[in-house]
Design a protein around this ligand. Structure first.
Ligand code: NDP
Length: 462
């Protein structure tokens, strides 16, 4: 019999923590898991899942307009925010319950408490007057939104977490940031009829994405009525009688009812007792781990956003699987972070797998690019101006498709499929040998035959 209460104690019951707890408990090991909030973590409770419901809700306004073009008589639609939020919360509670019952079915013991390390094998369950010991400990506490606390008036701003529970739908919103959360919420609120302004400090949204994707998305967002202000910093936020005013560094004053800062997330490492156990942080404040997700303490491991490697739910889940294999099944392995597909659920959405053109050029020097922009038939029919962007980046020596990028309806669904091919390392020739499926938007991805030459280069050659 082990000298410890548990073989594994997991801190945090989000996507990564729950998966690891279940897999390890199913080996017959004694597993405890502590969660201070609801089971499900960021993704289920205040992230991907409620966000996607909001995207669905918001997108109906676009569908109503499209329906009119197809001959439907659509009475003036109205949206009931409170009804939606209630229904969303009911569904989130149901999903959280499923996560909790899956833990129980696997034989893991759930403790509703905040957990803190006392030493390398001991965890305090705050408010429970209880400490537990474990042979191995897994930290999977995720991240928290971050805002620039030194910005005057920042106390008037909310983060994405409060956006899920606004008492009422604002008439005007200002969103700060140019990353995933900022563009996703800009689309959500604009679709729900809120006058939406997006303010970002950089030259274009979604830094790190392919430049053609970034430029295309910014144009499409403007077509959806979002006011996009680029290259601008916030100087202060003022509360006035009529609302909140963001004063920007170029003198622009933007008035809104709600200011949402989506300026990144940070690992949630505060008050975890890491120093007591000797767990070290990276200079950026994430838990330092090796390739196998082991921290600087031999029996303590960490996965997911708290390690700030690739902050995506499916990645945390795969890190959890690798942890269970390594630490409990004598099969050391790690997740392969190459060619992980990602989507931004903006409106229209973005789907990406592999390298951007710039990354590929840095890596390979020369690359071939295939690019198309077109009006999808669904919207061309109603005279709409919405355009899809598709782009393939090919490494010419091997002819391998090293990057695929789509902006347009159903882009995330398409990219999930394209990711199989990119991950498998198929060549452009193999890609092109796939027969088109007509009529679809997706067929364009297998019919791009001409290498793309940017218009400015074409002009220079003429
Ligand atoms: P991101 O890191 O994607 O974006 C943060 C944004 O805030 C950037 O545009 C950044 O600008 C800007 N910013 C940072 N600091 C400041 C500042 N002081 N003043 C003004 N702007 C600032 O973070 P998000 O919060 O959008 O999302 C967090 C993470 O969550 C993402 O990285 C992603 O991994 C994950 N996520 C994934 C989703 C998905 O898969 N669909 C959806 C939502 C989140 P700059 O670029 O110049 O640094």
């Amino acid at each position: 019999m082990s000298q410890y209460d548990y073989d594994l104690f997991v801190i945090g019951a989000g996507s990564g923590g729950v998966r690891a707890s279940r897999l390890v408990a199913m080996t017959g090991a004694r597993v405890g898991v502590a969660e201070e909030h609801r089971v499900g973590g960021t993704c289920v409770i205040r992230g991907c899942v409620p966000k996607k419901f909001m995207v669905y809700a918001s997108d109906f306004s676009h569908q109503f307009k499209t329906a009119q073009g197809y001959g439907w008589t659509v009475p003036e639609p109205s949206f009931d925010w409170k009804q939606f939020i209630t229904a969303k919360d009911v569904e989130i509670a149901r999903l959280s319950g499923i996560y909790a019952s899956n833990l129980a079915k696997a034989g893991a013991e759930l403790v509703h408490a905040r957990a803190k390390l006392v030493d390398a094998h001991t965890v305090e369950l705050v408010g429970k007057n209880r400490t537990v010991t474990a042979d191995k400990i897994l930290i999977a506490v995720g991240g928290r939104p971050w805002m620039p606390q030194d910005l005057p008036g920042i106390e008037h701003a909310i983060t994405s977490e409060e956006a899920f529970h606004l008492p009422e739908l604002p008439k005007r919103i200002l969103i700060a940031g140019g990353g995933y959360i900022a563009v996703e919420f800009a689309g959500i609120f604009a679709g729900l009829g809120v006058e939406t302004t997006l303010v970002y400090r950089g030259p274009n949204l979604l830094r790190g994405f392919d430049d053609d994707v970034r430029a295309h998305l910014a144009e499409e967002l403007k077509k959806r009525g979002i006011r996009v202000i680029l290259g601008t910093q916030h100087e202060r936020i003022e509360k006035t009688e009529t609302g909140l005013v963001n004063v920007l560094d170029d003198g622009i004053r933007c008035e809104s009812d709600v200011v949402l800062f989506a300026t990144g997330r940070r690992p949630y490492v505060g008050d975890l007792g890491l120093d007591k156990a000797g767990v070290e942080l990276t200079p950026e404040g994430a838990i330092k781990v090796d390739e196998l997700s082991r921290t600087t303490v031999e029996n303590i491991w960490a996965i997911g956003d708290v390690t700030d490697r690739m902050n995506l739910t499916p990645v945390a889940i795969r890190e959890a699987v690798a942890f269970a294999e390594t630490a409990f099944k004598n099969n050391p392995c790690h997740f392969d972070y190459v060619d992980v597909p990602t989507a931004v659920f903006s409106q229209p959405p973005v789907g990406v797998v592999g390298l951007s053109e710039a990354e590929a050029r840095r890596l390979y020097g020369k690359v071939d690019v295939y690019l198309t922009r077109f009006r999808p038939m669904k919207y061309a029919f109603i005279g709409g101006d919405e355009r899809v962007l598709m782009k393939l980046v090919v490494e010419p020596q091997s002819d391998r498709v090293v990057g695929a990028h789509i902006v347009g309806p159903d882009a995330p669904e398409m990219i999930q499929m394209a990711a199989i091919a990119v991950k498998a390392g198929v060549t452009k020739r193999q890609w092109d040998s796939t027969c088109a499926l007509h009529p679809t938007v997706a067929e364009e991805i297998v019919t791009m035959r001409e290498k793309f030459v940017p218009p400015d280069l074409l002009q220079a050659a003429e």
